[in-house]
Design a protein around this ligand. Structure first.
Ligand code: NOJ
Length: 736
């Protein structure tokens, strides 16, 4: 009896629920297929509702001086997206409630934010992350960033930046994963997977945004926002692959760049945005312009006024207009004049709605408002941030094995503007990160050497300026110590957006301080924190050891101290070349061969400086010594459908456990399109215990690893000889 009653009540409940559901429009039905929901909603929308979806506004106070914008509370509830500068979940819910309740159709808003290397827990800058050669760490850091962001109501990040960066004058080298195309592709995939998780609709997933599409890093002279002259070959060979990889990994959005690409601005470029991205790669998410990039088409001389700019951008394939309200204001007239077709508007809105549905925003627009202490900076986040920082630090020089410091060292002088810094070491784009959470270098050393050595400190000088008043004191402290840890570097505002530098040397005052301390006659460990490769010509000879720590984020202090003491073994390798002097730029490992390279006259190219850089891409020392031997191939000759295996043995000949990154390069000495001197095709990082050996294998798929592209993006595989290089070993193979 009781059972029958329960079944009866249950069926009434289910029936009334599905009845209620059947009264609702299809797009509100969570169990209907997404594409059907999109179409249903789209057909109900008016033009102005559509154009609002294509509009992104800013809410809250921006902390980026280059993109400053005041709080706009008086916004339309129809707005498609906001860049939300608040981390308050209550505020996010308020915006969301307004969108859901006050817009006629109840369309949720997509809240975005520049979550670049962390949301509240700040990880090392991307350029540093590239030096870990451990994309899994990046994936995990993006998972943490996504979780902290979603707990604040943010469901979209403008990251990763995968602009292959070869000009260290350009401040934005800090935001990419270095100078190589293959490694940027690998990190692109890792970041997308980390942010977007297993499923976009998962509670802690956010949408990634590949940026800045495309050619931005080639802006002339490293001047930000400047035009880029990108040949079709360079476009396909160097810049497209990381984007293709990110799109294939499922990235929902891309950001169109500020730059002009050889005459057609990236934000109005039909070829890159539509022919390649949408037609060839079948990307079905959407493209947002960079900040006022639509308006900037006028400055670039590509559009006559705002209306023309809006029409050109939307027709080229930019679906959302970031913060200049051009679409919503000017597209109606362009549609009337038939310069923009309704089908293009529908396609744009369809793409935006699709991403919102996939993120689960229609069914679950609100976020739980939990206490800040449970949202951010969880112990596992700090642990991961420390691991990332540890693996990103690169030991550039270590003469007479100054590092790790011997146990005999009892007095350590810590000097320099970075030593106690908590702000600049966080790097640019620190989102909601706070400097008070930073464990600085001095803090790390104090903890590491507690009861083991005495640590003295003075600043010595500031980042810039001419004040030498602390030099004498610094020299005195240095003279009384066993070793000097000299912590120099850049301010965070010297890299990132709109932060190009005509010289990549540190300001003279810092170089002068180093020269002064040399007078103490003590070993100098130079520690560098910066967002770009530096010109070290004058500093390098003064230092016995150089440790590049980049801008390690909030938690660099402990791993840094661990490397100094030998508790940790450095394993970072450069993802970008350090030229000797600024005038050598561009300088990167995979340049095309010089016409006189066979004459071994590599030094004759400049009269005033040798032509090799200070440190090549891939450089980095360890406390272990890794010996490479026995490089061999499963086959020396093969055909295009065969896979071959190449292996090398590596022995850790020391009594220190260490991690080694193996870089597998391919070179193609003769081709119908000349090829770079070598190309990185695979890398692998593994721990090799003290005294042990390990075998590393590179499986070559000829079509993937031995082909090259032409200026149309076509992949070409030519028969003949190739060389495989690993460390200093080289082996010839032949495709028959
Ligand atoms: C401009 C920057 O170029 C871009 O990287 C960033 O995502 C947007 N502003 C939004 O802040």
């Amino acid at each position: 009896m009781k059972r029958t009653a329960i079944i009866y009540i249950l069926s009434i409940f289910l029936f009334s629920n599905s009845f209620a559901q059947s009264l609702k429009p299809l797009y509100e039905n969570p169990s209907a297929p997404i594409e059907k929901r999109v179409e249903d909603l789209l057909k109900r929308m008016t033009l102005s509702e559509k154009l609002e979806q294509m509009t992104q506004r800013v809410i809250g106070q921006n902390n980026n001086a280059s993109n400053a914008e005041l709080d706009k509370r008086n916004y339309s509830p129809l707005t498609g997206s906001f860049i939300n500068f608040s981390n308050n979940p209550g505020f996010a819910n308020e915006i969301q409630r307004k969108a859901m309740k006050e817009s006629r159709l109840g369309i949720p808003v997509l809240l975005g934010m520049d979550v670049i290397h962390g949301f509240r827990t700040i990880f090392p800058i991307p350029l540093a992350q590239g030096c870990t050669w451990n994309p899994d760490l990046t994936k995990k850091s993006c998972e943490i960033a996504a979780k902290e962001a979603t707990l604040s109501g943010i469901k979209w990040t403008f990251s990763p930046m995968i602009d292959v960066a070869r000009d260290p004058r350009w401040g934005r080298v800090a935001e990419a994963y270095g100078e190589d195309t293959y490694s940027n592709s690998q990190f692109s995939v890792a970041a997308v997977k980390g942010y977007q998780g297993e499923k976009l609709s998962d509670k802690y997933s956010i949408s990634a945004c590949l940026k800045h599409y495309i050619g931005y890093s080639l802006s002339e002279g490293g001047r930000d926002y400047h035009a880029s002259d990108v040949s079709p070959l360079t476009l396909w060979e160097t810049f497209m692959p990381p984007y293709k990889a990110g799109v294939e990994a499922g990235a929902q959005t891309l950001m169109s760049a500020f730059n002009d690409i050889t005459g057609v601005p990236a934000s109005a470029n039909y070829f890159t945005l539509t022919e390649v991205l949408k037609n060839k790669w079948k990307h079905d998410g959407f493209v947002v312009s960079d900040w006022k990039a639509v308006y900037q088409l006028i400055d670039q001389g590509f559009a006559s006024d705002s209306a023309d700019a809006g029409a050109k951008a939307v027709n080229a394939g930019v679906e959302m207009d970031m913060n200049d309200e051009i679409y919503v204001k000017y597209l109606p007239e362009k549609i009337k004049q038939k310069e923009v077709q309704m089908s293009r508007i529908d396609d744009a809105v369809r793409r935006i709605l699709r991403v919102k549905f996939r993120l689960g925003l229609f069914d679950n627009p609100y976020v739980d408002d939990i206490a800040e202490a449970s949202r951010y900076l969880q112990p596992e986040s700090q642990k991961l941030a420390e691991k990332c920082a540890e693996e990103s630090m690169v030991l550039l020089k270590n003469e007479k094995t100054v590092l790790p410091l011997s146990d005999k060292i009892k007095k350590i002088a810590v000097i320099g503007p970075i030593a106690k810094d908590q702000v600049n070491v966080m790097g640019s784009w620190t989102c909601n990160g706070k400097s008070e959470n930073t464990i600085g270098l001095f803090d790390g050393l104090q903890k590491e050497y507690k009861n083991k050595a005495e640590i003295t400190y003075t600043k010595g000088c500031d980042f810039e300026g001419t004040d030498e008043s602390d030099f004498a004191n610094a020299l005195n402290i240095a003279a009384q110590s066993d070793v000097i840890i000299l912590c120099l570097g850049e301010k965070r505002g010297w890299s990132g957006e709109n932060a190009s530098r005509a010289s990549i040397a540190l300001p003279e005052i810092q170089e002068k301080l180093a020269a002064k301390l040399k007078e103490a006659g003590k070993p100098i460990v130079l520690v560098l924190s910066n967002g770009r490769p530096l010109e070290l010509t004058r500093l390098e000879p003064l230092a016995d050891a150089i440790l590049e720590i980049w801008q390690p984020g909030n938690f660099g202090g402990n791993p840094f101290a661990g490397i100094i003491s030998g508790r940790l073994n450095p394993s970072g390798r450069l993802d970008i070349t350090f030229p000797k002097v600024t005038g050598q730029i561009p300088m990167y490992y995979n340049m095309r061969p010089n016409a006189r390279s066979s004459m071994k006259d590599w030094n004759g190219l400049y009269q005033d400086v040798k032509n090799d850089p200070m440190f090549w891409f891939g450089h980095g020392l360890s406390y272990s010594n890794f010996v490479y031997y026995d490089l061999k191939t499963s086959k020396t000759t093969f055909t295009e459908n065969e896979t071959i295996s190449i292996e090398v043995k590596i022995k850790n000949s020391t009594n220190v456990d260490g991690q080694e990154t193996v870089f597998w390069y391919v070179s193609d000495p003769v081709a119908s399109i000349t090829q770079p001197m070598k190309k990185l095709k695979y890398f692998e990082k593994k721990e090799i215990k003290a005294g042990q050996e390990s075998t590393f294998i590179f499986r070559i798929d000829p079509k993937r690893d031995l082909s090259f592209v032409d200026g149309t993006g076509k992949s070409i595989l030519e028969k003949g000889k190739f060389f495989i290089e690993v460390n200093s070993q080289k082996l010839a193979i032949e495709l028959k």
